[in-house]
Ligand binder design. Structure first.
Ligand code: S3P
Length: 445
């Protein structure tokens, strides 16, 4: 863990503004490292997110024999070894806090000729891995998970995988991607059916790398299919700003950007931008400018202006398109008049923390009424006071309460913030540039 402040002190402010950029997309950065590693030839990555989660993936790929050059201020270079070129690691692969890293690597490594073990930090060791192990076993992979289906995950390797036809029980990009990555080296056709949308960065990147995927939709569901084994071609990738990091400033802008707040170069993949639809239904004033395609991904600049938000019933079909944004959406709901109801979001209980419970406790501490539901919450907008909130080591909850200082009458002290470095290492700098008054507390980890 780097030296990141393990507490924040967020002082009340009543406005934000200016023009900011947020760091690169975490999901795309993980995929660039993994797919670049198994491609033929060099992959060059501009705008890579050098956060703890992505660095855990880099360290794992290096332990698997891949040479990666990363110099601050320069694009990352990955010398692909091809799907058959990874080497047995000499140690357990520790993926830290990253669910994406461990689950996608399970798929990438399941069909390798060698054995390996994957684990992570105390939070990751509480998260479910059977959702990935089940389809990989159907492909023939010998995999064991730890007690309760959690890490450590042991892959015995040495088995040629076969393609499967698999219906995911939930809309999960991590599970879908793990099966697709396993299918790259498997014999025959694999198709993965999802009951609803989930982020499609894996599909987009693979297509740019020359892999033929077929995709079809059936109502809300969709299917991705490919015929293994395939070869990937090294490419140049420009990683857009992470929509999920921009989300904190989109909500900050809705609450306090009297003269507007511009966020440049934001990834606008439609499987990620459900928060915009939700906030607009709440009355937000968000202008999408300069829409463009950067490689396989859509990008735009966002101009957000302060507006009066109203509580709504969040349509459950928007949940998978905004799954990482609920901590900050709860803050928008606290700022809104009336009640906001979230349902159909039970997956929030299986993220870095139980985000429904941890957000509910935090908001109650600062005076906001929250009724917890099994699959969501009912939040009553109202006056927020200061207080001491424990983010329980969940990066997105820590950043959400930093933005809440736009609503609070007194300082909010936020504990266990070190994990902000997993996704947004320069959050305090960008927050200051936007006009928030958030500082490191005395606790450093
Ligand atoms: C991610 C997928 C999402 C998301 C996570 C990152 C990814 O999880 O919550 O933060 O990069 O594939 P699901 O597997 O639930 O879609």
């Amino acid at each position: 863990m780097s030296q990141h402040p393990n507490s924040f002190r967020a002082l009340p402010v009543d406005r934000v503004g200016s023009t900011i950029t947020v760091p690169g997309d975490k999901s795309i950065s993980h995929r660039a490292l993994m797919l670049g590693a198994v491609a033929e030839g060099r992959t060059i990555v501009h705008g890579f997110l050098a956060s703890e989660d992505c660095l855990a993936t880099q360290t794992a790929m290096e332990a698997l024999g891949v040479s990666i050059r990363r110099v601050p201020g320069e694009p990352v270079q990955i010398d692909g070894v091809g799907l058959g070129g990874l080497k047995a690691p000499s140690r357990v692969l520790d993926l830290g806090n990253s669910g994406t890293a461990i689950r996608l690597l399970m798929g990438l490594l399941a069909g390798q000729p060698f054995a390996c073990e994957l684990t992570g930090d105390a939070s990751l060791r509480q998260r479910p891995m059977e959702r990935v192990a089940v389809p990989l076993r159907k492909m023939g992979a010998p995999i064991e998970t730890g007690a309760g289906g959690k890490p450590p995950v042991r892959l015995r390797g040495g088995v040629r995988l076969r393609g499967i036809d698999y219906a995911l029980p939930m809309a999960s990009a991590q599970v879908k991607s793990a099966v697709i990555l396993a299918a790259l080296g498997a014999a025959g056709r694999t198709s993965v059916h999802s009951p609803g949308p989930s982020r499609d960065h894996t599909e987009r990147m693979l297509q740019t790398m020359g892999v033929a995927l077929t995709q079809s939709s059936q109502g809300a569901g969709h299917t991705v299919a490919l015929e293994g084994p395939v070869k990937l071609r090294g490419i140049e990738i420009a990683v857009p700003g992470d929509f999920s990091s921009a989300a904190f400033f989109i909500v900050a802008g809705c609450i306090g950007a009297r003269d507007g707040l511009t966020i440049r170069n934001v990834g606008m993949n439609p499987t990620r931008t459900g928060l915009l639809t939700i906030l607009r239904a709440m009355g937000a004033d968000i202008e999408i400018r300069n829409e463009r395609g950067v490689g396989a991904e859509p990008v735009a600049d966002l101009l957000v202006r302060q507006s009066a938000l109203r509580g709504i019933d969040v349509p459950p079909e928007l949940v998978p398109l905004s799954i990482d944004e609920f901590p900050i959406l709860f803050v928008a709901a606290a700022a809104a008049s009336g009640t906001t109801t979230v349902t159909g979001a039970e997956e929030l209980r299986k993220k870095e923390t139980d985000r429904i419970a941890v957000m509910a406790r935090g908001l109650e501490t600062v005076g906001i009424g929250v009724e917890e539901l099994p699959d969501g919450a009912r939040i009553s907008g109202g006056r927020m006071r200061g207080g001491t909130v424990d983010s329980r080591g969940d990066h997105r909850i820590a950043m959400a309460f930093a933005v809440a200082s736009l609503l609070a009458s007194d300082p909010i002290e936020i504990g266990n913030t070190a994990e902000v470095a997993t996704s947004f290492p320069n959050f305090l700098e960008v927050a200051a540039a936007a006009g928030l008054n958030v500082h490191a507390g005395s606790d450093v980890r």
